[in-house]
Design a protein around this ligand. Structure first.
Ligand code: BGC
Length: 743
């Protein structure tokens, strides 16, 4: 057949994929076969993919920053949502919507002003982990997911589950603590909640993004088995339970390779071993190449112009045209972006125009419940708490408790409805500002003590604060540690002379209650001298009210530590923080030689006595434990026991089941094997049964990619923290070999 010159050109362009086949370019999308909901997400993605040109496929794998970048002279695409994290063009002619991406873990965040969105903030991820209650995680996720949807977003960059390997990490507040089971379960539940709103959630930062110092350049050294039994296990559990549509690879390098071009992390672990079907997006500025990144598993470059180049735009097209990245891989990348858009309902339930119409009062209740369930009563000498409504003279000192509560800084920053309680605090640029939410603890406390004299003192003048303390019946001293993305804390001491303030106040009045708002663990040199300590983390939009409810016993505290509070820097696996203080662009290694022995596992292995153990948390009531029994059926270990509330008030307990091998050798003396939170009225008792994830009974074998459970005896310990066993029984387990997913 003879073709005219222009027809030939047209055909060449169509084959090269730069323009759409004629027939489809002229059709509408309503009755397209991929809109058939009876088909699987995979099938629908394949059907629409077949209709796409190369340029359209390329569109899907390239993301923009949703905020202007004046330092690069780049303005955001006008279609993106202002002050947002990301934007990816869709393919409107085929009904594929744009992706509007927002941070994330505690709510709909905004890049710093001027036009911030005012939204509901959950407490920090650390607080949510401290609830030990996946239902709370789910409900919080659903709430922030619904605000994201109303705000016009269909992707939330949430699901942070980097394990707390480094207590000084400035982002620990965003994550789920130090234990893979607890962190993976709680973060997985939050992802499920977010995606219940038909928007995609990420899981991040994949992987070993455990400190902020040198995050763009550091090389995390870790062995495969240690990795699979710690950080990767947390990510794997969150992945299984949350089924995130996307996974965000981190900034750092892992065993010398950038995480976003690591064939080991992305192709082998995530896609091959775990069977992930969605897309890997890079963190903002974490893509470093075109061909290696695409071939080693990165599916979408994010946040242009954060990276040095638009690697996944023209260069990727050139790579595909030349076969350096195969057409099949290009199709796979686009398919992976499309699959979760169908699977999560982003296409079937498109987001509407952005709106501020949110039921903030209803959402305040959700965040408040989370805060109340996650605050940890660390010490309560002589039952100083709950506060008695008859007290006459109360001193409230420090922490800006007169105006509000603290939040963590960086990309996850949610700005409060009604504006910040304080202006011009913290760094003027990212990760600042330091944001206080207008939920005043002082006001909430005063409201409960109409007849008392409640006096606030800022704590700036230690002598004046101590004088007030001496003249008061009881003292509540609020102490804060602000942490934020991109910076670690130099050590775990409270900043700004607050230790001296607390010490002076406690010396003046033994009835001193310390209320902490911190990103993670802090040292407490004054601990012996104070009456009570309540760890309130970053408690979110309704933090002040939640604190008052716990302090007055309207809510019985039930949070338990998701991290160990170490006693000294010398106890850390790395007493010196690698790369600190940061020298720009200077590369260095961080050797995670401790492998899977993280947190309580490390402290117990080394015989270090922490300040407070992982899992610790007091209540206003008491619990008694009995009937601890085990059962092994088809290799599955189940543990049952009874818990009784022996005190006078209702409360929630967290039953923690630890497993300690008698003969087998693990990375540490014991692991958390299962947990359950339970509510009990006074005098009530309940019998519970929990299953132990078999991976937590085995050692990962890299060569065979299996989990091996050694035959032998194991202690099953029912405990109220990693250091407080209540009962234990021995169980004999048969030898078992499980696949990489523990099946
Ligand atoms: C953070 C990510 C975040 C992204 C987009 C990065 O700086 O590491 O967690 O999702 O920015 O704002």
């Amino acid at each position: 057949m003879k073709l005219t010159y222009s027809l030939r050109l047209l055909l060449i362009a169509m084959l090269a994929g730069t323009i759409a086949p004629l027939s489809l370019a002229q059709t509408t999308t309503t009755a397209q076969p991929w809109m058939n909901k009876a088909l699987s997400a995979d099938e629908r993605a394949s059907l629409v993919l077949k209709e796409m040109t190369l340029d359209e496929k390329l569109t899907l794998v390239f993301g923009y920053f949703g905020t202007d970048s004046p330092w690069k002279g780049v303005t955001r695409p006008p279609e993106s949502l202002h002050q947002s994290a990301g934007f990816v063009f869709g393919v409107p002619r085929l009904g594929i919507p744009n992706m509007y991406q927002t941070d994330a873990g505690v709510g709909v965040a905004s890049q710093a002003g001027p036009q911030v969105r005012e939204r509901t903030a959950l407490p920090s991820g650390m607080n949510t982990a401290a609830t030990w209650d996946p239902q709370i995680g789910f409900e919080g996720g659903a709430m922030i997911g619904s605000e994201a949807r109303t705000s016009g977003f269909n992707v939330m960059l949430a699901g942070g589950v980097n394990l707390v390997r480094e207590p000084r990490n400035g982002r620990n507040f965003e994550y789920g603590g130090e234990d893979p089971l607890l962190a993976g379960t709680l973060v997985g539940a939050q992802i499920r909640g977010i995606q219940s709103q038909h928007i995609i959630s990420t899981l991040k930062h994949f992987a070993f993004n455990n400190q902020e110092t040198g995050r763009f350049v550091l090389n995390a050294k870790v062995d495969d088995a240690g990795a699979r039994m710690s950080e990767l296990l947390a990510l794997q559990i969150a992945f299984e339970q949350g089924k995130p549509g996307s996974v965000m690879c981190g900034y750092n390098r892992v065993n010398s390779v950038y995480a976003c071009e690591s064939a080991y992390l992305l192709n082998e672990v995530l896609k091959n071993d775990w069977g992930f079907k969605g897309f890997v997006m890079s963190d903002w500025g974490a893509t470093h190449s075109t061909v290696p990144a695409a071939n080693n598993g990165l599916d979408q470059q994010s946040g242009f112009p954060f990276d040095q180049a638009a690697y996944f735009r023209e260069p990727l097209k050139e790579a595909v045209m030349n076969g350096w990245v195969t057409q099949a891989r290009m199709d796979d990348m686009a398919h992976r972006v499309l699959q979760p858009m169908f699977a999560q309902g982003v296409i079937d339930n498109p987001v509407g125009a952005p709106s501020d119409k949110i039921d903030f009062a209803a959402h305040a209740k959700v965040t408040q419940s989370d805060a109340e369930a996650g605050m940890v009563l660390l010490k309560n000498a002589n039952k100083l708490l709950p506060l008695n409504a008859d007290i006459k003279k109360v001193a409230i000192i420090g922490g800006h408790a007169d105006v509000g509560v603290l939040s963590g800084g960086g990309s996850s920053q949610v700005y409060p409805v009604g504006g910040m309680a304080l202006e011009n605090l913290g760094p003027a640029v990212f990760p600042g500002p330091m944001v206080f939410y207008p939920s005043s603890p002082l006001k909430a406390i005063k409201a409960r003590l109409p007849k008392a004299q409640v006096t606030f003192n800022s704590g700036a003048d230690v002598a004046a604060a101590a004088k007030l303390a001496a003249e008061s019946d009881i003292v509540l001293v609020f102490a804060n540690q602000w942490t934020g993305e991109s910076i670690d804390v130099p050590d775990l001491s409270l900043p700004d002379n607050q230790d001296a303030l607390i010490a002076a106040v406690a010396k003046a009045n033994v009835k001193t209650v310390v209320v902490l708002q911190t990103g993670g663990a802090v040292f407490m040199p004054w601990l012996e001298n104070v009456g009570a300590v309540l760890e309130a983390w970053y408690p979110g939009t309704r933090g002040g009210e939640a604190m008052a409810r716990v302090l007055f016993g309207e809510v019985n505290p039930s949070g338990h530590l998701p991290i160990t509070f170490p006693a000294a820097v010398a106890q850390f696996p790395r007493p010196v923080l690698d790369g600190y203080p940061e020298v720009k662009d200077k590369r260095f290694d961080v050797d995670y030689f401790e492998g899977a022995a993280i947190g309580y596992k490390w402290y117990e292995l080394k015989g270090h006595k922490p300040l407070f153990a992982f899992g610790h948390g007091l209540s206003y009531t008491d619990f008694a434990y009995s009937d601890l029994k085990t059962q092994v059926k088809n290799g599955q270990l189940s543990v049952s026991f009874s818990i009784k509330n022996t005190g006078a008030v209702a409360g929630k307990d967290v039953a923690q089941v630890y497993i300690a091998p008698v003969t087998a050798k693990w990375e540490a003396p014991k692991r958390l094997g299962a947990f359950q939170k339970v509510e009990l009225k006074p005098g009530e008792s309940k019998t519970l049964s929990v299953d132990v994830d078999s991976r937590l009974l085995g050692m990962y074998q890299s060569k065979s990619k299996t989990w091996q459970i050694s035959k032998g005896d194991y202690q099953v310990i029912l405990a109220t923290s990693a250091a407080e066993p209540q009962a234990s029984v021995k169980v004999r387990l048969p030898k078992q070999t499980l696949n990489v997913n523990g099946k």
